[in-house]
Design a protein. Structure first.
Length: 251
């Protein structure tokens, strides 16, 4: 049911963290993979690892906030593989501050990286998917897109934006054979979160707020992504799938 042989998956933000894990997950199912990020040396190392599964891997340097780079990346993937079956909009970052201190630069950085990038990449890839009358788009939001905490309003606003962007675009693209869904990860230890999650204070906070009392472990996001990206998920669109150890259901 989850055989990806002959499928092409594009994962953004695959030079570290969850993007690397998902790229491995799709490749293990047999997919050919395009991976993007700004750090090309890291991408090339990830590509080398993934080729061990016997699939084709194309690393492409791309800043997802830059429309020209996004469009050029999509053209490069199409010229290499001829199509993109699955897009995973995973790239993300954050510069946040308390609302009374937040600068325009911090706000714009976060919205550009976490929300506008999803629009830009989805627009470019959807144009190609529409031609094939087939596609799966998976947007990686966050549990902070579902509820409010004091951990940064720019990030919360951007990720909530991703969730409703997904719903709207899923309705638009449904007649074209393209599904669009959101995954909301909870705490996973990656480059983005290592410093924060390493503190005793945060471990205690996690113990109190996550019913499973731990962060997500390597690969625990993959099953959701593999399901939503598969042909089998043909009647699933516009949904929000939290993978958060119960964090959002316990609020
Ligand atoms: P990492 O920092 O480990 O990875 C982020 C990835 O995004 C990197 O590959 C980075 O590559 C890429 N990236 C960042 N900015 C840009 C940019 N402007 N252009 C292109 N690529 C970019 O973070 P995670 O793996 O933890 O996060 C992945 C996604 O999951 C993010 O969207 C994040 O918001 C979300 N998430 C993560 C959670 C967690 O607990 N880890 C919880 C909830 C959501 P490079 O620097 O090479 O460009």
């Amino acid at each position: 049911m989850f055989d990806y042989k002959g499928r092409v998956v594009l994962v953004t933000g695959a030079s570290s963290g969850l993007g690397v894990q998902m790229a491995h997950g799709f490749a293990k199912q047999g997919a050919d993979i395009a991976i993007t990020a700004r750090r090309l040396n890291k991408l090339e190392a990830v590509a080398e690892e993934i080729r061990k599964y016997g699939v084709k891997v194309l690393p492409v340097q791309c800043d997802v906030t830059d429309t020209e780079q996004v469009n050029a990346t999509v053209e490069k993937v199409i010229s290499e593989f001829g199509k993109i079956d699955v897009l995973v909009n995973n790239a993300g970052s954050s510069k946040d501050a308390p609302i009374t201190e937040m600068t325009d630069e911090e706000w714009n950085f976060t919205v550009d990286t976490d929300l506008s990038s999803v629009f830009k990449m989805t627009r470019a890839v959807a144009r190609k998917m529409v031609e094939k009358n087939y596609g799966r788009i998976i947007n990686i939001a966050s549990m902070y897109g579902l509820l409010g905490t004091n951990q940064g309003c720019a990030y919360h606003a951007s990720k909530a934006g991703v969730i409703n962007f997904t719903r709207a675009v899923s309705a638009e693209l449904a007649p074209k054979g393209i599904t669009v869904n959101t995954i909301c990860p909870g705490y996973f230890t990656t480059e983005l979160t290592a410093e924060l999650f390493g503190t005793d204070e945060f471990k205690q906070y996690m113990g109190l707020t996550v019913p499973m009392q731990r962060a997500g472990q390597e690969g625990e996001l993959n099953a959701g992504a593999i399901f939503l990206g598969s042909e089998a998920a043909s009647y699933v669109t516009g949904v929000v799938l939290p993978i958060d150890g119960g964090w959002s259901s316990a609020k």
